[in-house]
Design a protein around this ligand. Structure first.
Ligand SMILES: O=C(O)CCC(=O)C(=O)O
Ligand SMILES: [Fe+2]
Length: 198
């Protein structure tokens, strides 16, 4: 992919600086291929949260990374996408860690900033299957905003959006989107990051 990602991003004035939202980053065919491969790796899933780790094992509440958490190269179905993200100019190198989160209706992820010492300057999450609302909140001043994450979209967090804002997915069964109630269904997200061990 040669297009600069920033040329494709949607402008929404209340979004944090450093956030880019790219709808339709992948095609429906690519999305099906990813879901199929993720489902084939169900044995990896942590039974309670249904999280899959690739590259390095990592818990989103941990505060440091260890090289001992290495669990092998990214599998081919993720490597191509990781390379595409790197070549599109958003990462310093090819991301070497991916977490797949599964959310059934009613499930979410609490507000957090991805571990600063563990990961590099850029975080990218691809959304699959169900749309949902992400809540972003500034930790320095009282400011928050909601962003609808549509299937096939890519969210890139860097700068302030990465470091000064938390992100969360409220645990609920539906979202209000443009004044309309939208029921959630199963959602998968793939979060790409570069590990840091300093
Ligand atoms: O599911 C998402 O879109 C976000 C996941 C996330 O924030 C994380 O794994 O750190
Ligand atoms: Fe996160």
């Amino acid at each position: 992919m040669s297009t600069q990602l920033s040329q494709l991003s949607v402008f929404q004035p209340d979004l944090p600086p450093g956030l880019e939202y790219l709808p339709d980053f992948i095609s429906a065919g690519e999305a099906d291929y990813l879901v199929h491969n993720i489902d084939a790796q169900a044995w990896r899933s942590d039974l309670k949260r249904r999280v899959q780790h690739y590259g390095y094992r990592y818990d989103y509440k941990a505060r440091q990374a260890s090289e001992e958490d290495y669990i092998g190269r990214l599998p081919p179905f993720l490597r191509g996408l990781a390379e595409r993200l790197a070549y599109a100019g958003n990462f310093g190198s090819v991301p070497d860690q991916v977490i797949v989160n599964e959310y059934m209706p009613g499930q979410g992820i609490s507000a957090h900033v991805d571990c600063r010492p563990c990961f590099g300057a850029v975080i990218a999450s691809l959304s699959l299957m169900s749309p949902c609302v992400m809540r972003l909140e500034n930790i320095k001043v009282s400011q928050q905003t909601d962003l609808v994450l549509e299937p096939g979209s890519l969210l890139i967090l860097s700068g302030e959006a990465r470091h000064v804002w938390t992100h969360a997915i409220p645990a609920r069964k539906s979202d209000m989107v443009k004044g309309e109630k939208q029921l959630r269904s199963r959602r998968l997200s793939l979060t790409f990051r570069e590990m840091r061990f300093d």
